[in-house]
Design a protein around this ligand. Structure first.
Ligand code: 13P
Length: 250
């Protein structure tokens, strides 16, 4: 049995005051952490504040990290620095970072290793563009992304890694993938893990769907055998909506 996950990706939204207001509003209303991993991935500047005030049910994540330990990387944050904020998770390889900030399969792999070395749990994103979906290369894209991301990653590390399938055409568009389509892609990703690590690890790893998940679509998505949770942008920004997503995820 895989524990479900509901992860909010706030992207570049919320000032410190808005973020704290959210945290106080959800703190005693989320399902307990033995039933669900509920996670908010927030901008780096407010992570420490959120970790201090998050309550027992919520976990906090970052949205990016550098792979180097230190060095001349102006504006970047190292895994060790991030670790001192007390966050548990880090989103890696989000399609927005791939599109706007030169994130590649190779840097995602380096970042996964750096996170694992610093007790940070990666949420590794993958997913195809509309053009790739339409020309039938979805599986090839996912295979490339997953194979390169997991190069030299040990099987025993998989328990600390979450995968998020986020078709780019469904992100922020209101166009949620059908539950069957999302499940098929998550099942394919699971089969890639099976090929590389064997059936036991493939059954254990948690795979999320992301892309216009809402309080309306979440139950049907969660009912699919290969979908273990959601990575949610827009619908995670309001406290009521995030609480409802979490309740419906269990
Ligand atoms: P939306 O839920 O706003 O479509 O965003 C999805 C996403 O990119 C989460 O990482």
């Amino acid at each position: 049995m895989r524990k479900p996950v509901m992860a909010g990706n706030w992207k570049m939204n919320k000032t410190r005051d808005e973020a704290l207001e959210f945290i106080y509003a959800v703190s005693d209303k989320l399902p307990s952490s033995d039933k669900l991993d509920s996670i908010i991935c927030a901008p780096a500047i407010i992570l420490r504040d959120l970790v201090k005030r998050k309550g027992s049910a919520l976990k906090i994540g970052a949205q990016n990290v550098h792979y180097a330990e230190s060095g001349a990387f102006t504006g970047e944050i190292s895994p060790a620095m991030l670790s001192t904020t007390g966050v548990d998770y880090v989103i890696l390889g989000h399609s927005e970072r791939r599109a706007y900030y030169n994130e590649t399969d190779e840097t995602v792999n380096l970042k996964i290793k750096a996170c694992l070395n610093n007790e940070l749990k990666p949420i590794v994103c993958c997913g195809e563009s509309l053009e790739e979906r339409e020309n039938g290369s979805t599986h090839a894209v996912l295979e490339r992304q997953i194979t390169l991301a997991f190069e030299e990653i040990k099987p025993t590390d998989l328990a600390n890694i979450i995968i998020a399938y986020e078709p780019i055409w469904a992100i922020g568009t209101g166009k949620v993938a059908s539950a069957e389509m999302a499940d098929e892609a998550c099942g394919f990703i699971r089969s890639l893990i099976r090929k590389q690590y064997g059936a036991v690890y493939a059954e254990e790893i948690r795979i999320l769907y992301g892309g216009s998940v809402s309080t309306k679509s979440v139950s049907e998505l969660m009912a699919q055998p290969n979908i273990d949770g959601g990575l949610v942008g827009g619908a995670s920004l309001k406290a009521d909506s995030f609480i409802e997503l979490c309740e419906k995820a269990i």
